[in-house]
Write a protein that binds this ligand. Structure first.
Ligand code: M6R
Length: 617
């Protein structure tokens, strides 16, 4: 969702700001803006639409070595220039950018209007700008403490906010000085030599410096070109933990692919290798995890597991449920994070809660984990982004190591999450009844997986042909059973989010209980049916659709020659044991939605209305 960049140093700020905003484009946005602090003024430029329109409007940017930038994904008020950030407080003495949502903005706004402040936007963010200006007007300067007045004004302002914020703030009368603050919306500081970068995630900073600080909730950073310090909102300085920044800027380039999504689909064999690296132990025929932060005794005592997440991560949770229940025989329950956070279900002792998330910033997943943690349960994260809010908030967890996922449609994160869940099933299984032989066989299955995915990717040309045939469909059904039911949901989500075609995923047998009414000559049904326990049953479901004149596409095992006699189109996938099939069968579904979206002229990496990190409820 919204993105923040900031620069303080000795170079022209504009170059970093525009480049940084481009690198944040993947998060999803509808308007953007920058503020550059010049001599005794702050030049603010805003524009609706893409970063290129902002760059065009900026033309030759004003010189200035301090500045802020923002991409906005509209929450309060439509996507207009007035509502775009940066916002100006008071008579121009404060300029800021904000990520997050301020829940009590209306009451604060009413109070500020009474005091004579004029609002130019419909946003909750402008309230913070005026509030800081009000704080400044009430705070005298302190001799020998040049920053104190500004810090006090910001502390006073943010203490009144209810909601979430990531903030970067500059002041007209204090050139070369910036304050950044965080609560519930991520903010990082890139530590350079004589220059500092602020951003809502590490991607704008990658390649600029290799040292990063992840601000924690309630922290405030005070930055000048000469140094920076971090304070707690209500108290004094805190110790700063400067960490190495691993990602280099090359990792976020498209490497010759037309879209990030396609690049990320093709990165899956390597992403899986990275997810498994160092985590398979032949000697004990089990998996090894360094970051669970629980003793073997505590893990052995787990009697129930809750897997929670949103969107694609919720789909991988469903795959995990099947894996863990089958291989480890531990009861699993899968919860939408948005429901779990308010549902207040009874949770027994010895329940372990995993939040599954690519970004580590999804507001609902974070809130669901915080709520279960508050009740005293252990919370772990399965997460891709190192140092993200969920990684920080949980008691421990497992990183995916999939590398940055830029395309809004999640691909390699899904398969990496399923792979981590398979390793967790192995780990918990080996703690209980699973034999050494079975553990060893599962390790072999997992090791073969990257090569199997490489083979699965060779279906690309065939998938493109199928995409051409069905690109004009307005409704598509995705049907599968057991492990391939979550794959059906994931295939349908991929299609709708990037090609805007209505699609539904169902357990194949559920079709007769309603969805079959949709079947007609214009509604293709995609059956995910590699060989396995329910193959014959799914075949019967396919016959039922055929009998009603619906076109059928089969995602089938490569040795299944008979299926061609029934299905209108067949996409072959390589053999895999049933518990790993979702990781293989999702490949043609990802490619199908990709090709259909391209053929329909859709913006594949930045689909309308969507954001990569959903940081609001
Ligand atoms: O970053 P997260 O995994 O927590 O994100 C959850 C969903 O917002 C995400 O999976 C979304 O559904 C994707 N656009 C799916 O492609």
């Amino acid at each position: 969702m919204c993105g923040i960049v900031g620069y303080v140093g000795s170079e022209d700020a504009a170059e970093f700001l525009i480049d940084g905003l481009r690198r944040l484009e993947y998060r999803g946005y509808d308007s953007a803006g920058v503020a550059i602090v010049c001599e005794d003024d702050i030049a603010v430029t805003r524009s609706v639409g893409r970063i290129q329109s902002l760059a065009d409007r900026l033309g030759t940017p004003p010189p200035g070595t301090l500045g802020l930038g923002h991409t906005r994904w509209a929450t309060h008020g439509p996507a207009t220039e007035e509502n775009a950030h940066p916002h100006i407080g008071g008579d121009g003495e404060v300029v800021l950018v904000h990520n997050g949502v301020i829940e009590n903005y209306q009451i604060l706004k009413d109070g500020l209007i009474e005091k004579g402040y004029h609002f130019k936007s419909a946003t909750d963010s402008e309230v913070i700008a005026h509030l800081v200006a009000e704080g400044l007007s009430n705070t005298p300067a302190i001799e020998d403490q040049p920053h104190a007045r500004y810090v006090t004004a910001v502390q006073w302002a943010i203490a009144q906010l209810r909601g979430t914020y990531g903030l970067a703030i500059v002041f007209r009368d204090k050139p070369g000085f910036m304050i950044a603050a965080r609560f519930g919306s991520p903010l990082v500081i890139g530590v350079g030599r004589g220059e500092y970068f602020v951003a809502s995630d590490a991607s704008p900073i990658a390649g600029r410096t290799d040292r990063i600080v992840y601000l924690a909730d309630h922290q405030l950073a005070v930055l000048t070109a000469d140094g920076f310090s971090v304070l707690h909102r209500d108290s004094g300085k805190v110790r700063v933990n400067i960490q190495p920044l691993e990602a280099d800027s090359g990792e976020v380039s498209m490497n010759g692919y037309d879209h990030y999504m396609l690049k990320e689909i093709y990165e899956q064999p390597d992403a899986l290798r990275n997810a498994m690296r160092g985590r398979l132990n032949d000697q004990d025929a089990t998996a090894v995890f360094g970051g669970l932060n629980l003793t073997p005794q505590q893990l052995r005592g787990v009697e129930r597991i809750i897997l929670t997440g949103c969107g694609t991560s919720w789909h991988s949770a469903l795959v995990g449920e099947y894996m863990i229940e089958e291989l480890a025989r531990i009861p699993v329950c899968v919860e939408y994070a948005s429901e779990l956070r308010y549902r207040n279900p009874p949770i027994e002792n010895n329940t372990l809660v995993f939040g599954i998330t690519q970004s580590g910033e999804t507001a609902d997943t974070l809130a669901a984990l915080n709520e279960t943690k508050r009740k005293g349960h252990r919370t772990l994260a399965i997460c891709n982004v190192v140092g993200s809010s969920i990684a920080q908030a949980s008691d421990g967890g497992v990183y995916l190591h999939a590398g940055p996922e830029i395309g809004v449609a999640s691909t390699k994160a899904f398969t990496s999450q399923c792979c981590v869940l398979a390793m967790l099933a192995l780990y918990f299984g080996r703690m209980r009844h699973m034999s050494f032989e079975t553990g060893g066989r599962i390790i072999e299955d997992l090791r073969r997986l990257p090569a199997t995915i490489e083979q699965a990717l060779t279906c690309d040309a065939e998938v493109r042909r199928v995409a051409e045939k069905y690109q004009s469909a307005t409704n598509v059904l995705y049907l599968g059973r057991r492990y391939n039911f979550p794959t059906a949901l994931e295939g349908a989500l991929k299609l709708k989010e990037i090609s805007y075609i209505h699609a539904e995923g169902y357990p194949a047998a559920e079709m007769k209980h309603g969805p079959i009414a949709l079947v007609d000559a214009d509604t293709p049904s995609i059956f995910i049916m590699p060989r396995g326990t329910t193959y014959d049953k799914v075949l019967s479901n396919m016959e039922e659709v055929k009998a009603r004149g619906g076109p059928v596409i089969a995602i089938a095992s490569s040795d299944d020659t008979e299926i061609r006699k029934i299905a209108d189109d067949v996409i072959m996938i390589p053999e895999a044991p049933e518990f790993l099939q979702p990781i293989v069968s999702v490949i043609p579904l990802q490619l199908l939605s990709y090709h259909i979206a391209v053929l329909r002229g859709c913006d594949v990496d930045k689909p309308r209305n969507l954001a990569k990190s959903v940081t609001v409820e």
